[in-house]
Design a protein around this ligand. Structure first.
Ligand code: SF4
Length: 910
């Protein structure tokens, strides 16, 4: 077995790489301390995505470079094994299943976390050599509607603009995008643009009043799923008020008449009614769009994750096409991709209907072309199954073996309990991942340890088509290997070694670049994705590659370090006629409507400081403090209707599943809608996974699931008691019906609630819990612990502090209602070698000792500044501007993600 080329310690200790998280694709400068296997990070000032800024998640990357919870050795059926054994097992079982049941009995499920080189070889193995189309990816859940919409409009999945359009636009429209939390660095660019050019208008189109509305001149809280109606209304308005660019339409657009005809009924009154908006607000937005030369429409998952996602994308693009406000500076439709390499995956064919290099199964001659390039006679002849159908086929037994790479579908897929069951009964499940305790690993027959972010080497492509290098900072941990190497070894073991001769990522990148130019510009057509200008990079040039936007043609690279800032700048689109397509559309309400039984619409999404299923961000203690528990946001009227109390726990259920989350009553929600974040896993929260509730309805064109609109019911969880534990040792298992773990630096916090009363007493229960914490500890035994307790039986209150040799080991507080003593002041005590008498008393009284402060919930994750500290500064210094808080406490001065929260506190406490 060939080994990946030896890791060469970098000559310089400062290495440029790319952030592991969202599609903004920020450049990172990492200072590497190899001896201690640690890094420090800051933003790369030379990277055109972020110019030196990093958000809270990016700033905490260094804290995630840990061996904690790392998968370090391969295993077969929970028995550790050698790489040879693991590779033989996988190749043997795959070959056997293909021989017995055909290639479609195998599937690969990839991830937007994979690097382009990893993705390329996985796709080549499945579609080119195993001979099935069954390679799909979690990008299906993220932005496949954009892929389908752009293909319909432009003939290819090509995003026209660049981030630099943000600074040039005069109207910025944010649609279905909580940009402030999900693409924070772009949000900062918008904020700065607005501060420098105050005439710039920002419109937020979102059912929720998110923190993004902080900079909005107009917020349109439309009915969930009614975006098509809203943009059909705009199309009609533009037509009626003579804002069409007839010359542009004649030269460059097809289908405009049919499209305008389809919008004929969407006058303002009707549209306002469909969208549940005021006519005046709609009219204002339509006027601004019509009268601004350069409007920029940024959209994200609220558009994509819908049973009408593709139509929503085309509804937005239509308005730009008929006004000619596209592919020019400062304007156009702009998809903000969710994952770091969602676009890289699309480039190499990571979705089941794609082949490679923007070729697909439906376009004439593409199958033959790719087969000739790969020199294979076994290429798949038809598209494979998209994610939801793919796992349905695992459940039904048609797919007998699946390889899941770097993703956690048991948490992220809709109807996720069905996915868990499907994997549980699947004949052969392979999982390659860098994380050990994620839900999907538990269902694997073979576990393959993959390199983590700081060890991976290759490229990623961000939302603006910019290819950036992700460089290895540290050697692979334990026996982990890069994904491309693992896939190559399996391909070789299956007998395809001639087609998989790769020794390093640069070999794969060059082949990928060559394929992008292979027979491009043929039969009167061209493929926009063309990076053949990078096909001859030497290893050293690949190592030094600067961020560059595709297309990169041989005539432009590698000397032109910027690549192509604007796709379609000559208005030659990638359709046979070279004209863009307007699409005739009709609004349809989301597929599943509310009923008497399930009267609320569940909307899911991201929060500021967590990423996907938290397997990495939860390793950074400061990222767990802003929103420590799964929560459900609900409007006050609905809270009243369903007798829910702010801060208590709700049970949310539908016919598929149920979950529990902390109640947040807020008028930022629409009446009839609730919002729950997507991140929590079984590992951290026994009842906090929302994926099992999400209905598996998909868009009929993109097959993207509708993650924003699931009918559910909600009720108050009537616990017998509530409590929390802060302990130096980690609890091995959930001990109560509601159990949420919040990892911290030197201790664990667990929030608890239970349905049953204590069998005997809180003290006895607490002793059993503490005993379980120390039963495997040889240094500290239970009988050596010192206890201090307080119990008020009449009030059903119990508090305990547990010490070992003056050091705090655990704190337990229990009460009959959700409101328990503040705990934000307690963590600091775990770092002390001795707890004073006053502090001991304070622990029993549930209040911080006199003179010490309770910082409150963390608002600024970058500088660890709590809400109470900010309120104190606001009141003491009569603060009226968020910048003053920055001057006093530094809060909000790094990534700026908490600025909306600081402004809210100023408004409330001045
Ligand atoms: Fe990473 Fe934040 Fe930049 Fe996204 S915005 S790439 S999460 S630093």
């Amino acid at each position: 077995m060939s080994q990946p080329l030896q890791y060469n310690p970098p000559a310089r200790k400062i290495i440029k790489t790319t952030c592991a998280y969202c599609g903004v694709g920020c450049g990172v400068l990492a200072t590497v301390d190899e001896k201690n296997r640690s890094i420090q990070v800051k933003g790369d000032q030379s990277h055109p995505a972020n110019y030196g800024k990093l958000c809270s998640k990016g700033s905490a990357l260094a804290e995630t470079v840990t061996l904690k919870n790392r998968l370090l050795k391969p295993s077969i059926n929970q028995q550790e094994c050698s790489w040879d054994q693991a590779i033989n097992e996988v190749s043997h079982r795959f070959t056997q299943i293909i021989n017995d049941h055909g290639p479609d009995a195998i599937a690969f499920y990839g991830s937007g976390q994979l690097l382009t080189e990893d993705y390329y070889v996985a796709n080549k193995l499945m579609k080119g050599f195993i001979g099935s189309g069954n390679m799909d990816t979690n990008s299906r859940l993220c932005m496949s509607s954009t892929v389908a919409g752009q293909k319909r409009a432009f003939g290819s999945d090509t995003m026209p603009g660049s981030y630099s359009d943000i600074e040039r636009a005069d109207l910025i429209v944010l649609i279905g995008s909580n940009t402030a939390w999900c693409h924070p660095i772009l949000f900062q660019r918008i904020r700065v643009t607005k501060e420098k050019r105050p005439h710039v208008k920002v419109v937020v189109i979102d059912p929720r009043e998110t923190t993004t509305c902080d900079i909005a001149d107009l917020h349109l809280p439309l009915k969930i799923g009614s975006d098509v109606a809203l943009f059909q209304g705009l199309l009609h308005y533009l037509d009626q008020h003579n804002h069409l660019d007839q010359a542009f339409i004649t030269e460059h657009v097809e289908g405009s008449q049919e499209s305008l005809e389809s919008a004929r009924d969407y006058d303002i009154k009707h549209t306002a009614n469909l969208c549940n908006l005021s006519e005046a607000a709609l009219n204002q937005f339509y006027q601004w769009f019509a009268n601004t030369d350069n409007p920029l429409s940024l959209y994200s998952q609220g558009v994509n994750q819908s049973s009408a996602g593709t139509d929503k994308v085309n509804a937005i693009i239509n308005c730009h096409l008929i006004t000619g406000k596209i592919a020019k500076p400062g304007m156009g439709p702009f998809s903000l991709t969710g994952q770091p390499n969602a676009m890289g995956g699309r480039e190499v064919g990571g979705l089941a209907h794609q082949l490679a290099a923007h070729m697909d199964f439906a376009t004439p001659n593409d199958i033959d072309r790719v087969a000739r390039f790969w020199q294979t006679d076994n290429i798949a002849q038809r598209k494979g199954l998209a994610a939801v159908e793919l796992f349905d086929n695992v459940a039904s037994g048609k797919i007998k073996a699946i390889w899941i790479m770097g993703t956690n579908p048991i948490v992220s897929m809709p109807n996720a309990n069905k996915v868990r069951q499907a994997l549980h009964q699947c004949e052969f499940v392979v999982v390659s991942d860098c994380i050990l305790n994620q839900d999907t690993c538990a269902e694997a027959n073979v576990l393959l340890p993959a390199a983590g972010w700081s060890e991976k080497d290759g490229t990623v492509t961000n939302s603006e088509r910019r290819i950036s290098r992700q460089r290895a900072l540290l050697p692979c941990a334990g026996e982990s290997k890069p994904d491309w190497w693992i896939i190559t070894q399996i391909a070789n073991a299956m007998g395809y070694s001639e087609a998989f001769p790769y020794e390093k990522p640069a070999d794969i990148f060059r082949e990928h670049a060559r394929l992008s130019g292979f027979e491009n510009h043929q039969e009167g057509r061209f493929r926009a994705f063309n990076i053949s200008g990078l096909a001859s990079l030497s290893d050293q040039q690949y190592q030094n590659l600067l961020p560059i936007q595709w297309p990169v043609l041989p005539s432009t690279a590698p000397d032109d370090v910027n690549g192509t800032q604007r796709a379609f700048a000559d208005f030659q689109f990638t359709t046979p006629s070279k004209k863009a397509h307007c699409i005739a559309l009709q609004y349809h309400a989301p597929v599943n409507a509310t009923t008497d039984e399930f009267p609320l619409i569940l909307n899911t999404g991201r929060i500021r400081d967590q990423w996907h299923t938290m397997s990495r961000t939860a390793l950074a203690p400061r990222l767990n403090q802003h929103k420590p528990e799964p929560f459900v946001e609900i409007h006050p009227d609905d809270a009243k209707r369903y007798q829910l109390i702010d801060g208590a726990i709700a049970t949310i259920h539908n016919q598929q599943a149920k979950m529990q989350a902390r109640i947040v009553v807020t008028s930022t929600q629409h009446v009839g809608n609730i919002f729950v974040p997507m991140h929590w896993t079984s590992d951290l929260s026994n009842r906090g996974r929302v994926g099992p509730l999400v209905n598996p309805v998909v868009d009929p064109i993109s097959f993207q699931p509708e993650s924003k609109s699931t009918p559910v019911a909600i009720s108050l969880y009537e616990a017998n008691w509530h409590g929390f534990i802060l302990s130096r040792q980690r609890l091995a298992n959930a001990i109560t019906d509601y159990h949420v773990e919040v990892p911290n630096t030197d201790h664990y916090r667990v929030e608890l609630a239970h349905t049953e009363a204590f069998a005997s007493s809180p003290q006895q229960w607490a002793e059993t819990v503490v005993q379980s914490l120390y039963h495997t500890n040889t240094d500290i035994t239970f009988d050596k612990l010192e206890w201090q307790t307080y119990q008020d039986s009449s009030q059903h209150q119990y508090r305990a502090a547990v010490f070992y040799q003056q050091q705090l080991e655990a704190v337990i507080m229990i009460g009959p209602i959700p409101k328990l003593p503040e705990r934000d002041w307690i963590p600091q005590l775990f770092s002390q070698t001795e707890i004073s008498y006053e502090e001991r008393l304070a622990l029993l009284s549930g209040r911080p000792p006199n003179g010490s402060s309770n910082v409150g919930p963390i608002v600024c994750a970058c500088f660890n500044v709590g809400e109470n500290t900010i309120i104190d500064a606001i009141q003491t210094h009569s603060v009226s501007q968020y910048q003053q808080v920055g001057e006093l406490l530094k809060a909000g001065t790094n990534c700026g993600s908490c600025v909306p929260d600081i402004k809210r506190l100023i408004k409330k406490h001045t």
